[in-house]
Ligand binder design. Structure first.
Ligand SMILES: NC(=O)C1=CN([C@@H]2O[C@H](COP(=O)(O)OP(=O)(O)OC[C@H]3O[C@@H](n4cnc5c(N)ncnc54)[C@H](O)[C@@H]3O)[C@@H](O)[C@H]2O)[C@H](O)CC1
Ligand SMILES: [K+]
Length: 489
């Protein structure tokens, strides 16, 4: 599912109106969709809270249509009626019932329609607007939000001051980034996208390269297996282990790479840790590897297709040098944790170490902040734009992890992942993700698609396992996750 910004929706509106459908007609269909959703939620009595812009206009239309069908409706307006303009003023004029103030509170209703603010929110809610939103939330009544829960920024998902908590949201023409980025995702309830007559060609023509992460965008690139395949044709991932007391992370990543289908996986281990690693490995091979010079020798073997580096590896110049060597080899790279922290405040240094190699970086929020300190465009904007900027600066694919993981490529493609479970917030979970992405890249999947698929499969594993999951379980559930994916139409 593609996602849109407020500016793109305004553009879609403009093009549709230019093609002959009036804004008032669009508003009429938007209001009709809201009225229909109210009926599906059980009907009235309903309080419709209208704001000063077109979101409020949608509310007036819904109120008129509901009342016309016999539903008990009260309308409340935030602001003065005579200050309404354009289509909202026309919609308000068509409402013949009384209009109450918004601050008096709602009485004797079973459902609230939140038509205060939509994509036109420009600043934090305060004063009367904030008080009305707080009163709606305090009422404990189910809320149907029109387009966005009021107070949620439709581009960033952020709460601007305060925001409505909705049970459902009806949105028009296409979903917005703020419906999938946190905390917007948790405030919008169930999301319904309705067609209000904006032509498909207009929507298709919008320059949105943002989507919800899902198989439809990367399934075509998943590794396929020939009947007569051979393990040497399924890729070979090299995962680098940390020293003696920090080996578990790399073994988790290696196991995940093997489970996701890499034909061979080798763990490169410092000699000090070879015995502890050997004691825990069976199908995964082991090679001593102490530092960058030895890594260079290992990578002379052309069969290694991908190097995963970072979990437990240690922070410092030795790590930076290992990344330079791996980057210069042109192999696919997956960098996490210590690999990223080794370039604290030096995204440009990391970009030059990568040397244009196909790479995926998988920072969580804290690692991202450290890595991108001082880099343009990586502060103060939406999580999507921050990830995109870091991808553009580094030339790598960025996986900015969290409950709303964002994957971004340097060419502007981006996806927000919503297929995940909070139970994935557990020690070692990120190491498994590193291995999944590496294992997919080892089999020839391009970095952006491998990152999206890895994040999705990781989330799928979390959803399958639920409470009690630990990181060790995640690779083991991959056969079921992969089979489920293969069965998808
Ligand atoms: N194509 C579509 O999707 C259609 C959408 N419709 C609806 O229109 C709104 C967007 O309408 P717009 O008038 O641009 O913005 P809003 O109604 O969200 O709000 C603008 C209004 O609010 C004032 N304002 C902004 N921020 C604040 C604040 N923090 N505090 C107080 N006041 C604020 C601003 O000055 C304006 O007066 C979209 O969401 C849909 O619901 C169309 O009806 C159909 C086509
Ligand atoms: K709203």
């Amino acid at each position: 599912m593609r996602l849109f910004t407020a500016a793109q929706m305004r553009e879609a509106d403009r093009l549709t109106i230019a093609a002959g459908t009036s804004g008032r007609e669009l508003m009429e269909r938007a209001g009709a969709a809201v009225a229909e959703a109210v009926r599906r939620m059980g009907g009235g009595p309903v309080a419709v809270m209208c704001g000063p812009g077109n979101n409020g206009g949608d509310g007036f239309v819904a109120a008129r249509l509901l009342a016309g069908h016999g539903t008990a409706v009260t309308v409340h307006l935030l602001g003065e009626r005579q200050r309404l303009t354009g289509d909202a003023a026309l919609a308000a004029a068509d409402w013949t019932g009384p209009v109450h103030g918004a601050s008096g509170g709602v009485r004797d209703c079973a459902l609230i329609v939140d038509a205060l603010f939509g994509t036109g929110l420009t600043r934090a809610l305060d004063g009367e607007a904030a008080a009305v939103v707080e009163a709606i939330n305090r009422s404990g009544l189910p809320v149907l939000a029109v387009d966005m829960p009021s107070g949620v920024d439709s581009d960033t998902g952020e709460v601007c001051g305060v925001a409505v908590r909705a049970a459902r949201t009806v949105t028009f023409a296409g979903a917005k980034a703020g419906h999938f980025l946190l905390p917007g995702r948790t405030l919008r309830g169930q999301l319904h996208v309705v067609d209000i007559g904006i032509p498909g060609s207009v929507v298709a023509g919008l320059d949105s390269r943002l989507a919800v992460n899902g198989p439809e965008t990367w399934q075509h690139a998943l590794p396929s297996l020939e009947e007569d395949s051979h393990k040497y044709r399924r890729g070979h991932a090299l995962v680098l282990s940390g020293p003696m007391t920090r080996t578990g992370a790399a073994r988790l990543a290696a196991r995940a790479a093997l489970r996701v289908g890499s034909g061979l996986v080798t763990l490169g281990s410092p000699r000090s840790a070879v015995l502890v690693n050997a004691a825990h490995l069976t199908a995964i091979m082991l090679r001593p590897c102490d530092g960058a010079a030895e890594l260079r020798e290992i990578l002379e073997d052309p069969r290694f297709s991908v190097v995963a580096l970072g979990p437990g590896y240690g922070v410092g110049e030795a790590t930076r040098e290992a990344i330079r060597v791996a980057g210069a080899s042109g192999r696919g790279l997956v960098l996490d944790a210590d690999a990223l922290t080794s370039f604290e405040g030096d995204l440009a240094g990391l970009a030059s170490a990568l040397g244009g190699a196909p790479a995926v970086l998988t920072p969580h929020g804290g690692e991202f902040e450290r890595l991108t300190r001082g880099a343009d465009g990586t502060r103060g904007v939406s999580k999507v734009e921050r990830a995109r900027a870091a991808a553009a600066h580094s030339g790598a694919v960025l996986v900015l992890k969290g409950a709303d993981t964002v994957i971004a490529a340097s060419d502007g493609r981006a996806a927000i992942n919503a297929h995940a479970s909070p139970y994935l917030a557990t020690a070692g979970s990120g190491d498994v993700l590193t291995g999944l992405v590496a294992g997919l890249m080892a089999q020839g999947m391009p970095p952006y698609e491998a990152a999206c698929a890895g994040v999705w499969l990781h989330g799928d594993a979390g959803l399958r396992l639920g409470p009690g999951l630990i990181a060790e379980d995640l690779p083991e559930i991959m056969p079921a996750a992969l089979r489920g994916l293969a069965d998808k139409p």
